[in-house]
Design a protein around this ligand. Sequence first.
Ligand code: SAM
Length: 173
Amino acid sequence: MNNNTFVHKYLKPLINDESICVDMTAGNGNDTLFLSNLAKKVYAFDISDLAIKNTKEKVKNKNNVILIHDNHANIDSYVNEDIDLVIYNLGYLPNYDIKSITNKDDTLNSFIKAYRLLKNNAYIVITFYLAHEGGKDEYYLLDKYINDNKIKVIEKYRQDKLYSPITYIIKKY
Ligand SMILES: C[S@@+](CC[C@H](N)C(=O)[O-])C[C@H]1O[C@@H](n2cnc3c(N)ncnc32)[C@H](O)[C@@H]1O
């Protein structure tokens, strides 16, 4: 099973109609749509015009999605409530603009802010890609921050293939 399938399967029982979720990388809107089908509210960030357009189209029948065309490192300017779930699918929009690839500094800054907004017993799910330029550095930086700060990774998932993505399920206690 690929990482996206794993993530959706894992998260399904954890989200309900009270949940406040944040999709930090809306992309084509697949995760945003998945979350909006289960949650009370979904904030979805992306810096790419096309990603915002694609996500808007995907959730056009939903009234619980707040789409934000901005860097997820500015999460604290938009989200003023406690969060039940944060999801990251790092990297760039498949078949599109390599310029709007996630970068390690914004990812780390946004992670620190999102973790502060997270309720106790709530989750951050983050999928890292190692194959593209900068992907390994992003992974090492976040992994070091998580270890140094004793943040609890309750599950790691990776398919048994060279350069396959790595998913961390993080729980705040
Ligand atoms: C792998 S795609 C996400 C796929 C998406 N979750 C889906 O279900 O289709 C990564 C996305 O992150 C976005 N991105 C890159 N840097 C960002 C940033 N600093 N803030 C918000 N979005 C960012 C890219 O534009 C791209 O659309």
